[in-house]
Design a protein around this ligand. Structure first.
Ligand code: NAI
Ligand code: OAA
Length: 270
C-alpha cells in the first residue's frame, strides 16, 4: 500500500509510529501533506523511521502521487481545504475530523466530489464504539440517541467553554454545553467529532441531543450514549485514555484509524 496522510500532528505521528513497528502489515510508502512551514521539519522527523516517506504541501501533489488510500488527520479546516480534491481524483479518504460534516455546504461538496471521482469518503469510528450497531439499527427505522461527553477541564481550553467559565476553578462535574450534535461539532471542532459520528450513524445531526461536561475527576475522555429503537436498546460507556501528544484526543482514535488502514491491506476485513 501507498498511504497518504494529511497533517502530521498527534494522530498522524501515532499512526506512523504504529505502522512502522515490526508487528502487523505496513505500507510500502507514505506521502504526507503538511503546511508549507512544516515541510522541512516533518521530512527530518520521518528520516528516522523505516517506511519510505515523502512530504508535500499541496492537495494536488498528494493526488498526483496516487496513494491507494488517504487518511485525514488535520482538523476541520484541513479537511475542508484538501479532502475534496482527493476524492475528485478518485482517491478514497478516511475522514478523522468527522465533525467537519456539520457544515452542510462542505458535506455536499465532499459527497459530490466522491461521486464525481468514484471514490469513497470513509468515516471511522474514532474514539467511540458501537457505530456498526447504531448504523444498522438506523437502517431499520426510527432511532433515538442521546450522547454525553466528559473530559477534564483542561481539555476544554480554547473552546467556548473557556469564555463562559473559569476552567481552572471548576471543582465538580460542570455542564458546558447542551444542544444538538450539529451545534456541538461546530462549536467544539477538536472535541465533538464523536458526537457527529454517532449522529450521522444515528438519527442525524439535528436530532441527536448532546451534553458536554468538564469534570476535574475525569482521568480521561469519557463517551457515553443511549440508543432506543424498535429493534434494540443499548447504552455504551467508553473510558478513553488521553493520547500522549494531545490530551483532548483519545488514544483509541489512532488505533481506530490504524484499523481502517490495515483492513484495506488484509484479505479478511474485521
Ligand atoms: N473522530 C474522532 O473520534 C476524533 C477526531 N479528531 C479530529 O482529529 C483532528 C486531529 O487530531 P490530533 O492529531 O490530535 O490534532 P493535532 O492538533 O495534534 O494535529 C493536527 C495537525 O494538522 C495540521 N494541520 C492543520 N491544518 C492543516 C492543513 N490545512 N494542511 C495540513 N496540515 C494541517 C496541524 O499543523 C497539526 O499538526 C482533530 O482536530 C479532530 O478534529 C480528534 C479526536 C477524535
Ligand atoms: O478523542 C476524543 O475522545 C473525542 C474527541 O476529541 C472528539 O470527539 O473530537
Amino acid at each position: 500500500m501507498h498511504l497518504g496522510i494529511i497533517g502530521y500532528g498527534n494522530i498522524a505521528q501515532q499512526l506512523v509510529t504504529m505502522l512502522a513497528a515490526p508487528k502487523g502489515p505496513c505500507p510500502e510508502r507514505i506521502t504526507l501533506l503538511v503546511r508549507p512551514e512544516r515541510q522541512e521539519g516533518t521530512a527530518q522527523a520521518l528520516a528516522d523511521q523505516p517506511i519510505a516517506a515523502q512530504v508535500v504541501t499541496q492537495a494536488q501533489a498528494l493526488a498526483d502521487a496516487r496513494p491507494d488510500l488517504v487518511v485525514e488527520c488535520a482538523g476541520h479546516a484541513g479537511a475542508a481545504a484538501h479532502v475534496p480534491a482527493l476524492l475528485r481524483a478518485g482517491i478514497d479518504v478516511v475522514l478523522v475530523s468527522v465533525g467537519a460534516l456539520a457544515d452542510d455546504a462542505l458535506h455536499d461538496r465532499l459527497r459530490a466530489a466522491a461521486e464525481a471521482g468514484g471514490a469513497h469518503l470513509i468515516l471511522p469510528a474514532g474514539a467511540v464504539g458501537g457505530i456498526d450497531l447504531l448504523s444498522a439499527l438506523s437502517g431499520g427505522g426510527e432511532v433515538e440517541l442521546t450522547y454525553r461527553g466528559i473530559k477534564p477541564p483542561a481539555a476544554w481550553s480554547g473552546t467556548p467553554a473557556a469564555q463562559a467559565i473559569d476552567l481552572d476553578a471548576v471543582t465538580h462535574a460542570t455542564p458546558i454545553f447542551t444542544g444538538t450534535a450539529r451545534e456541538a461539532a461546530r462549536a467544539f471542532p477538536k472535541n465533538a467529532n464523536v458526537a457527529a459520528t454517532l449522529a450521522l450513524a444515528g438519527p442525524g445531526l439535528d436530532a441527536t441531543r448532546v451534553e458536554l461536561i468538564a469534570d476535574p475527576a475525569a482521568s480521561g475522555n469519557l463517551h457515553s450514549y443511549e440508543v432506543r429503537s424498535g429493534i434494540a436498546n443499548y447504552t455504551m460507556t467508553i473510558e478513553n485514555k488521553p493520547s500522549a501528544g494531545n490530551a483532548r484526543t483519545s488514544l483509541a482514535t489512532g488505533y481506530s484509524v490504524l484499523r481502517e488502514i490495515r483492513n484495506r491491506m488484509m484479505p479478511v476485513i474485521l
